[in-house]
Design a protein around this ligand. Structure first.
Ligand SMILES: [Zn+2]
Ligand SMILES: [Zn+2]
Length: 370
């Protein structure tokens, strides 16, 4: 490989030379070294060199590329770039444009697909945590060929098209120089190997559908939509490739009486106007069983009673648990018996509250007179 000479010094101009200066310098040198006029040995080579330097420096884009990268981008056997920090032109463009590093990728088997399993659990299970056995059918390694895809006693051979690299590199010339395009080998699909004698069981794929049983540990505090990743429990990769992951998507069934928001639970407790006024004890459902709660005399609608630590555990803070919020809902009776109506009217009179059974406005006559 010839050592590259600086193109500016070939033409005997400075790096800041104008287009006109470059043109003038070239003409002068070309006249002196042209093989038709100069019969000295080496003149031919010298003329080529001058001509080539001019081709690059007279083209604004090629000159800019040369200033940036220090090479002409002509590649071939000119030896450009040998003195620079880059091994070859492909590497320069890889470094600047984010291509694949040359030669570092080798043929490799494809990975198996990730799988998702939707698992339904109850709120109680989400609070306490649970171990669940799940059963599903997925592609696993073929038992006949142990996943290789090659018939027993045979082996996969190196792909001739890519030489086992699994990728095809094509070089393309552009104005900025050579662009190296790396693509997956179409013959072996990037694996670098080919099976000539396929396994009769899996037809060369290396995988068969198999029933699997797995135990999944659901931690306390898990919420709707959370996913548990079980690496290597997904589909097996073809031809012995690495398996994908299994994602267990957790769905927490809505509870009949309790609402959940994160670590907090809520319960609406219906009490009658009399219970709210006189006080009572009610039973509240919790994830740990029923609990008796006192409704104090004179409890107002919307009153919140908090049962500390009766909520959902924090998923990432062991021992810490949310609360159960009991909201008191005072139910006003919509139907009254005759007797109930009389008693309430009596109560109203006692309380000094004006009421009218027929919907009219009843005035307190005594007060009005008084
Ligand atoms: Zn097989
Ligand atoms: Zn190949």
């Amino acid at each position: 490989m010839a050592t590259e000479r600086d193109l500016y010094s070939v033409l005997g101009v400075g790096r800041d030379a104008t287009d006109a200066e470059i043109k003038r310098a070239f003409r002068k040198l070309a006249q002196q070294t042209h093989p038709d006029v100069n019969r000295e040995p080496g003149a031919d080579e010298r003329f080529k060199e001058i001509n080539q330097a001019y081709q690059v420096l007279s083209d604004p884009q090629r000159r800019q590329a040369y200033d940036m990268f220090g090479t002409t981008g002509d590649g071939g056997d000119q030896g450009f770039g040998t003195g620079g920090g880059f091994g070859n032109f492909g590497d320069i463009f890889d470094a600047f444009f984010g291509g694949t590093q040359a030669g570092t990728r080798r043929g490799h088997p494809l990975a198996g697909a990730d799988l998702r399993y939707d698992l339904r659990i109850t709120l109680e299970e989400a609070v306490r945590g649970v171990d669940k056995e799940i059963e599903f059918t997925a592609l696993g390694p073929c038992e006949t060929c142990e996943g290789s895809g090659a018939a027993p006693g045979t082996e996969a051979v190196t792909c001739e098209q890519c030489g086992g690299r699994g990728e095809i590199r094509t070089t393309r010339r552009t104005m900025l120089g050579q662009m190296v395009n790396v693509s997956t080998c179409p013959r072996c699909h990037g694996e670098g190997k080919l099976i000539t004698d396929p396994c009769p069981t899996c037809k060369g794929d290396g995988r068969t559908q198999r029933k699997r049983t797995l135990r999944v540990t659901i931690p306390p505090g898990i919420d709707e939509g959370h996913q548990i990743r079980l690496s290597n429990e997904g589909e097996a990769g073809p031809h012995g490739g690495p398996p994908g992951s299994l994602y267990v998507a957790v769905h927490v069934q809505p509870h009949a009486q309790l609402r959940r928001e994160g670590t907090e639970l809520a319960y609406d407790a219906d009490v009658s106007i009399v219970q709210a006024a006189l006080g009572t004890r009610i039973t509240v459902p919790t994830v740990d069983g029923e609990e008796e709660v006192e409704i104090k005399a004179g409890t107002q609608p919307g009153t919140e009673i908090r049962l500390r630590g009766k909520g959902v555990p924090h998923l990432r803070r062991a021992g810490s648990r949310g609360d159960l919020h009991v909201f008191v809902n005072v139910v006003v009776p919509s139907k009254l018996s005759k007797r109930q109506r009389e008693l309430l009217a009596e109560y109203a009179e006692e309380a000094g509250e004006p009421v009218s059974a027929d919907g009219g406005i009843l005035h307190r006559v005594r007060d009005a007179l008084g």
